[in-house]
Design a protein around this ligand. Structure first.
Ligand code: FAD
Length: 621
């Protein structure tokens, strides 16, 4: 049958990409259908119940700054919050939350169900309706036809999914869920480049069988960090500790002795796994000289005894999993509630996508999430938001949008994917961003919320809150610049008691704040009143302390922009330019771009490489 209502946007898949895609499109006023296997699994975390961490929290904050749900759901479901790299600079600082799996999922579902313009329907999509080179809709596995202007595909690890536990295999999208085989076959018939990747998850453990007195406790931070710009500590449920266990030589012996029963080492698994989140058998094999690996014992939620042992993802047979778990101190009597497993699935070469995440071969069809070769909820959510908003823009006949690499980690993620492609599951790191001083997690709202408002993604409440904060930051910065401390004054004495040095001349409060040994709390109240909103104070402080570096980075970006039209000599010998990688030399030699701007658009040529080209050209003159 043909469903009577026509949609602007259909999103297939209610995981992390699909939910953000559907919400973004609906927030922009488009009639949106979210078609998913099972309403009960909307927003389900397939693996680790945790959100954020290095590089990833930057994406969560960007999703949040553009009105998305992940940050708020984390505040509603987070049971342990920490700031990683807290002692390092703000560019690499990252918030990480352990989430209660059930509360997180409930928060996402509630946000979806209360979103105007969004219709949810439970069924598997079995086919796409493609007319010439344009997608027109979706057919479910039971034959319901839904028509739409655009379709966003977010089917995660489900396409052609095969689950491995030891040498046993079964078909599945993840444990307990069916795979999407009909859709996978259909997509394989279209002209996309398809390959296989793999990922894995550890066994889960019953907390009642663990001796916590023999594990190291790891409490959350106080004061508790908050994930969303709209979030607050009051939203958090009860907070709990995680614990740390360790593998040992005995654990590693067990693994080595059973490698022939591992689907990874016996060649049964063809897909490439995540290098940065390897299985325990992979770690033990690759780092054979290490006698121990850390295992974070993380609660799955407040109302369950299940624990997630982070660090021992595995596809070894169940009997080996049990031996490995029980070889660890504190886990000698552990009961495994669910075995770990690996999953292999189809992904599409992201070089077949545009910056909008629309596919190059089928018009109006967008791909987001794990199917583009990424791994992680945050990477999926960020792509989903972008694909959803671009599907909405296309449905309205408006131009596509994607942030640049100097505007957002989302820009870095998409640019890396569509220019470089990926041969292993791609995850975000701060090191992937050239302009990381500008792309901090504390300023994602300052970078993106205004643009989000123009796109129609930001509701009045978020806009009002953001505008108030931005104004307060500006006013407070202006006040600090205009307030002066004279040598010998009472304020100067207070400063000297912190720094141990006399104040040689008159300084503004802003000058003082720039000193490494002084913080906002030391200086702001010396003249007039300090602000009590900690997010405003934090922003004022970071901007003050890092302004020099930030300006330099901004200059670099502006310089590159100014030189975009600079011609590249036809006889330029790229092989002789120092600092370029072999791959980039090769690509530029083949492409022979005429200008710096064109060089920057050659697949795989990074902004850093363009900078090197610019320096080289200057030297030649
Ligand atoms: P998913 O979250 O997989 O969501 C896909 C959604 O699409 C599901 O709701 C599904 O029901 C629906 N769907 C699929 N096919 C259809 C269809 N035909 N019709 C309708 N609906 C459909 N990430 C890490 O960062 N670290 C890890 O260690 C890690 N380990 C993992 C281990 C396992 C076993 C799995 C399965 C995943 C793991 N991941 C890990 C990946 C993480 O789960 C994903 O990156 C993330 O969930 C991807 O989000 P997504 O929205 O793209 O897909």
């Amino acid at each position: 049958m043909e469903y009577p209502d026509r949609f602007d946007v259909i999103v297939i898949g209610g995981g992390h990409a699909g939910t953000e895609a559907a919400l973004a499109s609906a927030r922009m006023g488009c009639q949106t259908l979210l078609l998913t296997h099972n309403i009960e699994t909307l927003g389900q975390m397939s693996c680790n119940p945790a959100i954020g961490g290095i590089g990833k929290s930057h994406l969560v904050k960007e999703i949040d700054a553009l009105g998305g749900a992940m940050g708020l759901a984390t505040d509603l479901g987070g049971i342990q919050f920490r700031v990683l790299n807290a002692r390092k600079g703000p560019a690499v600082r990252a918030t990480r939350a352990q989430a209660d799996r059930v509360r997180y999922k409930a928060a996402i579902r509630s946000i979806l169900e209360n979103q105007p313009n969004l219709t949810i329907f439970q069924q598997a999509a079995g086919d796409l309706i493609v007319d010439q080179d344009t997608v027109r809709g979706v057919v479910t596995e039971t034959g319901v036809r839904f028509l739409a202007e655009t379709v966003v595909l977010c089917t995660g690890t489900f396409l052609g999914g095969i689950i491995h536990i030891g040498l046993e295999t079964s078909r599945g999208g993840r444990a307990g869920d069916p795979p999407s085989n009909a859709l996978a076959d259909r997509l394989r018939a279209l002209p996309f480049r398809v390959d296989r990747l793999k990922t894995g998850t550890p066994p889960r453990i019953d907390a009642r069988s663990v001796d916590f007195s023999r594990l190291e406790e790891q409490p959350g931070d106080t004061p508790t960090p908050v994930m969303s710009y709209l979030g607050s500590r009051e939203m958090h449920p009860r907070q709990v500790s995680c614990h740390i266990a360790h593998t040992n030589e005995r654990s590693h012996e067990i693994i080595f002795a059973n490698l022939d029963r591992s689907p990874m080492f016996s060649g049964v698994i063809e897909g490439v796994g995540p290098r940065y989140c390897p299985s325990i058998e992979d770690k033990v094999h690759r780092f054979a000289d290490k006698s121990s690996h850390q295992v974070f014992i993380e609660p799955e939620g407040l109302d369950t005894h299940e624990l997630y042992p982070n660090g021992i993802s595995t596809s070894l047979p169940f009997d080996v999993q049990l031996q490995v778990v029980r070889s660890m101190v504190g886990l000698e009597n552990a009961h495994i509630t669910r075995p770990g497993y690996a999953i292999e699935y189809d992904y599409f070469d992201p070089r077949d996508l545009k910056h909008s995440l629309e596919t190059r071969f089928i018009r109006n069809l967008f791909f987001a999430g794990q199917i583009n070769g990424t791994t992680g909820y945050e990477e999926a959510g960020a792509q989903g938001l972008l694909a959803g908003l671009n599907a909405a823009l296309r449905a309205r006949d408006e131009e596509a949008w994607c942030p640049r690499r100097d505007e957002a980690y989302l820009g870095v993620l998409v640019d890396d994917l569509i220019t470089l492609g990926t041969r292993e599951p791609y995850r975000m790191f701060t090191s992937r961003a050239e302009y990381r001083l500008l792309l901090r997690e504390d300023n994602a709202d300052m970078r993106l919320t205004e643009r989000g408002r123009e796109l129609g993604l930001i509701d009045d409440q978020r806009w009002a809150q953001f505008s108030t904060k931005r104004e307060a930051v500006e006013q407070e910065s202006a006040r600090l610049k205009a307030s002066w401390v004279q040598p010998g004054s009472e304020a100067a004495v207070k400063i000297e008691s912190v720094t141990g040095k006399p104040l040689a001349r008159e300084y503004s409060l802003m000058d003082l704040l720039r000193r490494p040994e002084l913080g906002y709390a030391d200086v702001a109240g010396l003249k007039g009143e300090a602000v009590d909103d900690e997010t405003v104070a934090e922003q004022v402080q970071i901007q003050a302390k890092y302004q020099g570096y930030i300006d330099r980075q901004q200059d670099e970006i502006d310089k590159l922009k100014r030189h975009e039209a600079t011609p590249l000599p036809a006889d330029l010998d790229y092989q002789r330019i120092e600092g370029l990688s072999h791959e980039i030399r090769q690509k530029l030699s083949e492409a022979r771009p005429q200008t710096l701007a064109q060089a920057g658009r050659v697949s795989g040529v990074t902004p850093a490489a363009v900078s090197i080209l610019l320096i080289h050209l200057k030297k030649r003159r």
